[in-house]
Write a new protein. Structure first.
Length: 381
């Protein structure tokens, strides 16, 4: 048996074994919450390089949660730095199927279910997000409403998404990426490679595009003075904000930079979960919320509302993800000032349809849950 087939078989076995009496094989409906999953390799259109590493594909795990005749979809994306893998995610999902879901017959007990999932392990945030997204999708479908509407948001207020142009040493490759980004209203650039390389990237883009640029230093700038010099230089080049200028642990430097910066400074690596936000107030102007960091839609919603309550800006980000996780994050986009939800566009093999862009602006649909449809039957992924 191939390793991939074995993982698939194990997933179904683990889910079935945990749920004696479930009727998934016969097609009749069960009150059990039935979880299964498929490992999936996300292929990137371009090699993706940031200050800390390069890659050409991303391991993903797509998740399905069924209850009666309703089906919810979720996803875990595992970029290297999160410390999760296909094995760690599928092992965690097997525990959710065996230890948490058999004790619940009512998917509306979302808070209790997701609190128990969170308590299973300290980390595994992407695996937790996969379950959380699938449960939100399922409950939204039972209610017949999309989550942006359940949360009471106005779908007209969505921002444009930025589209990321990753670093490359070749001018030709960068120019090709710039060409591909010509549709977007906001370009995101990954800097933090050193002054010469950073300025070269901005100059190459500015030679071809006059759209707004947002800059992500990914903790790459080494001193607060270097960071502020770069920010001042960038502020004269139609840049809208700066993400994570220095190391996530260095709150004092972040506060020093934010106090002097002509541009808003946003925490990304420094802001993983809800509990991080209060200490970031004053050190950063805003936070970048990502479902894979924060365990999913439940906590992302709480983070957005806490940030707004503290007078901080909300940005939404993503990993390289299919339309499942991107559409889930997009449900919150009406309260985000900025969105970087381009993970599905960076993929060459998105296997779902969902949130669309209209002239770069996030366009939420009226479909219930997270508003996605599989392009390939789940069993065949
Ligand atoms: Mg970032």
């Amino acid at each position: 048996m191939q390793r991939r087939d074995f993982i698939k078989a194990s997933a179904v076995l683990a889910a079935s074994a945990a749920l004696p009496g479930c009727k998934q094989a016969t097609g009749s409906f069960s009150d059990d919450l039935i979880l299964d999953w498929r490992p999936y390799t996300g292929k990137l259109k371009y090699t993706f390089t940031i200050a800390t590493y390069s890659r050409t594909e991303t391991p993903l795990v797509l998740v399905r949660l069924r209850w009666r005749d309703y089906v919810g979809y979720g996803e875990a994306s595992m970029p290297q730095y999160l410390g999760e893998s296909t094995d760690s995610v599928t092992a965690f999902l097997a525990r959710v199927a065996a230890e948490v879901l058999p004790r619940f017959k009512d998917p509306f007990l979302m808070d209790a279910i997701l609190s128990e999932v969170d308590a299973l392990a300290e980390r595994n945030t992407a695996a937790k997000a996969a379950v959380d997204i699938a449960l939100h999708d399922l409950v939204g479908k039972i209610l017949g409403r999309p989550w942006w509407q359940i949360w009471g948001y106005d779908a007209a207020l969505t921002p444009c998404t930025s589209y990321t142009i990753g670093y490359d040493d070749s001018d030709d490759v960068v120019n090709e990426k710039i060409e591909e980004a010509s549709w977007t209203k906001v370009v995101k650039v990954k800097l933090g490679m050193g002054e010469e390389k950073d300025k070269r990237m901005i100059n190459l883009i500015r030679a071809k595009l006059d759209t707004v640029i947002c800059v992500d230093a990914n903790q790459g700038w080494k001193t607060k003075e270097e960071a502020l010099d770069m920010i001042n230089w960038l502020s004269e080049r139609n840049v809208s904000f700066i993400e994570q200028p220095m190391a996530k642990e260095d709150l004092d430097s972040a506060a020093w930079i934010t106090e002097r910066s002509p541009l808003p400074v946003i925490a990304d690596e420094a802001c993983q979960r809800l509990a991080d936000i209060p200490r970031l107030k004053g050190a950063y102007d805003g936070i970048n919320i990502k479902l894979m960091k924060c365990t999913g839609m439940r906590e992302a919603h709480r983070m957005a509302e806490m940030a707004r309550g503290l007078g901080m800006e909300v940005m939404l980000g993503c990993m390289t993800e299919t339309s499942v996780a991107v559409s889930a994050a997009a449900q919150l986009s009406p309260v985000a000032r900025w969105a970087d939800l381009d993970g599905n566009i960076l993929l060459a093999n998105d296997c779902f349809s969902g949130m669309k862009l209209t002239d770069g602006k996030i366009t939420l649909n009226d479909k219930p849950g997270i508003g996605v449809e599989p392009l390939t039957p789940f069993e065949e992924l």
